[in-house]
Design a protein around this ligand. Structure first.
Ligand SMILES: *Cc1c(COP(=O)(O)O)cnc(C)c1O
Length: 360
């Protein structure tokens, strides 16, 4: 049998492991920050009808410029954005990969503030871009001063700011984003994968786009939109940026089925997002109730909570899994991360955790 080590693999990939959380079938899966609410039935039928129509044309390549989808996304985002400002791909992971293909690469660097989304360093490595992990302040916070001084010191070609940050949940101030932009000479990506879960009084980085041609705001339909399995991520930026991404995208990278499904879903954005407030309620409940069980819940603006004060994260993870509750060990000592689920799922998690406490 051939093994990986028998193949002439690229040197920098030798010894690496593929990224991915365990995909286990469990009653309560709260490990990858999905929206655990299914799509409303009437929206699902509309999406199905659109996909059924699109499948009759799949003998032809799809619209390479996905014009209708860009129109829908511009309409959804508002802020005066037009289709010329919008880009999309198969998940925001692909969007970020295309950004690195266009603006990173060998001899160039990407700076982010760790702990942060682990795909950034993996996508950097895959595109030959150097990854520079800079440090956060106390409690995973990020002040404008910390951001600016790290960028001035490292002088990276790209900066990625995860807002709110995964896996810590930490919201990022608009002042810190401005500080990053002003301190850097290169491209600045703000990853707003969890934007819809932010406090409603906190402005999006979209408000900063006018006059900032090096700024990019990436979003996804995977989380708030309950569309993780459809793979649709997108980006808003100056039209020159989307022109740059056209240089590296594969031709026809968004299938006709993906485009049709996303356009149909966006036509129901109100209904698709109806669960967001309920999920925020369950998240706030986690933040309220975890301390009562003796844990420290970190400040969060997303659909998950990082909690500390866990003596043995691996043991707690395994014990919860035994009770059918899957959460995430994100590798931060003394911490675990849990996604806010439905009310019943969140209850199941809290009860399983309380049961562990009473045993020990
Ligand atoms: C989940 C997540 C994404 C989304 O990835 P998709 O490829 O759009 O599913 C992007 N960034 C962060 C920080 C995430 O947590």
């Amino acid at each position: 049998m051939t093994s990986l080590s028998d193949l002439p693999l690229r040197g920098d990939l030798v010894g690496k492991r593929p990224y991915g959380a365990p995909q286990k079938v469990v009653p309560v899966a709260l490990n990858v920050n999905e929206n655990t609410h299914p799509i409303p039935e009437d929206v699902a039928s509309d999406i199905l009808a659109a996909v059924a129509k699109a499948i009759r044309g799949v003998n032809r390549y799809p619209d390479r410029e996905f014009v209708e989808l860009r129109e829908s996304l511009a309409g959804y985002l508002g802020h005066g954005l037009t289709p010329a400002n919008i880009w999309a791909a198969n998940g925001s992971n692909e969007v970020i990969q295309q950004i690195l293909q266009a603006f990173g690469g060998p001899g160039r660097s990407l700076l982010g503030f760790a702990p942060t989304y682990s795909m950034y360093s993996i996508l950097a490595s895959g595109t030959g871009t150097a990854w520079i992990p800079a440090a956060r302040d106390e409690d995973f916070e990020l002040s404008p001063e910390t951001v600016a001084s790290a960028i001035r010191r490292a002088d990276p070609d790209l900066v990625v700011l995860c807002s709110p940050n995964n896996p810590t949940g930490t919201p990022l101030s608009i002042e810190a984003i401005v500080a990053a932009y002003d301190a850097s000479r290169g491209m600045v990506v703000v990853d707003e994968a969890y934007a819809e879960f932010m406090p409603s009084d906190q402005p999006s980085a979209l408000t900063l786009l006018p006059g900032r041609e090096r700024l990019m705001v990436s979003r996804t339909m995977s989380k708030a939109f309950a569309f993780a399995g459809a793979r649709v991520g997108y980006l808003a930026a100056d039209p020159a940026v989307t022109d740059a991404l056209r240089l590296v995208r594969l031709p026809y990278h968004l299938s006709a089925l993906t485009q049709a499904a996303a356009v149909a879903a966006l036509a129901h954005s109100g209904e698709m997002l109806a669960m967001v407030d309920e999920i925020k309620g369950q998240r706030d409940r986690l933040v309220r109730e975890l301390p009562a069980l003796g844990y420290i819940a970190h400040r969060t603006g997303s659909n998950f909570v990082l909690f500390g004060g866990v003596d043995d994260p691996h043991a707690t993870f395994e014990a919860l899994l035994e009770q059918g509750v899957l959460i995430r060990d994100v590798g931060i000592p003394g911490h675990l991360r849990v996604t806010a689920g439905t009310e019943a799922e969140t209850t199941a998690f809290l009860e399983a955790l309380a049961a562990l406490k009473s045993q020990s």
